[in-house]
Design a protein around this ligand. Structure first.
Ligand SMILES: NC(=O)c1ccc[n+]([C@@H]2O[C@H](COP(=O)([O-])OP(=O)(O)OC[C@H]3O[C@@H](n4cnc5c(N)ncnc54)[C@H](O)[C@@H]3O)[C@@H](O)[C@H]2O)c1
Length: 334
């Protein structure tokens, strides 16, 4: 492993204060095998590699198709939509409503008589908004990948506002066959699941920093040494079952009303970005990264994640022995 002595993994922490659906025939979608990816950027390239490696018929549509010399093995690049309809189109064009809606319109116009599932690769846009102009919203879904898409273990698959469970399941099945574990969401919600959980924790963390209650280093130490290991072993919710819900219910009553309630992005972050303090790549964020080798730090981080994921795969079962997780039926009052 790289030795990063002197380069902040031994970091200097800056002062806290500076800081419905139509009926559709699912027989085709039950086994997706032909996938078209629109947009050959970071995500398009990574995701196309996962489908090709898993044996899917995988195409990339890019205006630069003829020039691309770094295509993943098994991926075909095309500059125009093909005559025969794919089973699934995933768009990875820039995060802009108009650009994405134009891609969807072109797809629907190309194969009006085929049941082509469209998936947006957005990470933060509303699927309600993105689907507004679709002729067939019942075939619209979202897939949320994490970087690097080739190797991260989990992806999220979410229903668009009109998509029935069968369509979501068909997409989830296809992505699962590329080797990912899938979070399946049957209703559209901005941010999918993982980013929503991450942002609610960060929202509170930024508040504690802003108020001078805790330093970023203390928050990160608590995350590394306590929250994250416990989550790795017992998840979030199973851990509460294990330790007992009585104390937890009492703690909910005393702590939840005291959490930071403001529903706007924390100005601390907005101000830091406006000043150019965007983190590692700029040499300064919550930590002082001046003089660090950006690539080495990122490489070490992804290598550690790979090793940890391997350990968790091999050593930690998904649920405690003999437990049967309750699923969707759990509602208030039950
Ligand atoms: N990068 C990430 O970490 C990440 C993670 C999850 C989701 N996403 C989402 O994935 C999508 C793409 O992000 P990215 O990081 O790959 O962006 P990127 O800028 O690397 O790639 C976008 C690509 O789309 C191409 N493009 C633009 N308009 C096009 C069009 N009309 N038809 C075909 N290609 C077109 C561009 O030339 C570029 O190659 C965004 O919606 C983003 O939010 C990104």
């Amino acid at each position: 492993m790289d030795n990063l002595a002197g380069c902040p993994y031994e970091r200097t922490c800056l002062s806290a204060r500076n800081f419905s659906s139509k009926r559709i025939n699912m027989s085709n979608q039950a086994a997706i095998h032909k996938v078209l990816i629109v947009g050959y950027g970071v995500m398009g390239k990574g995701v196309s590699a996962t489908f090709a490696a898993a044996g899917f018929d995988t195409m990339i549509k890019s205006s630069r198709a003829a020039e691309l010399d770094d295509l993943p093995e098994g991926v075909t690049a095309i500059s125009d939509l093909p005559g025969a309809a794919p089973d699934l189109v995933i768009e990875f064009v820039p995060e802009d409503v108009a650009i994405k809606q134009k891609v969807f319109a072109d797809i629907e116009a190309a194969w009006p008589n085929d049941e082509v599932i469209i998936a947006t690769g957005t990470s933060g846009m509303s699927l309600d908004v993105l689907s507004e102009k679709l002729a067939r919203p019942e075939l619209f879904t979202g897939i949320h990948y994490f970087m690097p898409a080739e190797s991260t273990a989990v992806a999220e698959v979410m229903a668009g506002p009109g998509a029935p469970a069968e369509v979501v399941d068909a997409v989830a099945d296809a992505v699962r066959r590329t080797g990912k574990e899938i979070v399946t969401l049957y209703k559209p919600i901005v941010g999918f699941l993982i980013n929503r959980l991450q942002h609610i924790i960060l929202h509170e963390a930024y508040y504690l920093v802003e108020e001078g209650v805790a330093t970023p280093a203390d928050i990160d130490m608590a995350a590394r040494k306590m929250l994250a290991p416990r989550m790795c072993l017992n998840g979030l919710i199973e851990q509460k079952d294990t330790s007992g819900l009585e104390i937890h219910a009492l703690a909910q009553r005393s702590i939840v009303p005291e959490l930071h309630p403001i529903e706007i992005p924390n100005p601390l972050i907005q101000d830091m970005v406006a000043r150019g303090e965007v983190g590692l790549s700029a040499g300064r964020g919550f930590y002082d990264w001046d003089g660090c080798d950006v690539d080495r730090v990122r490489k070490q981080s992804s290598e550690r994640l790979r090793k940890l994921s391997k350990f968790l795969d091999e050593e930690v079962s998904e649920y405690a022995p003999h437990t049967k997780p309750k699923t969707r039926e759990l509602k208030r009052g039950q």
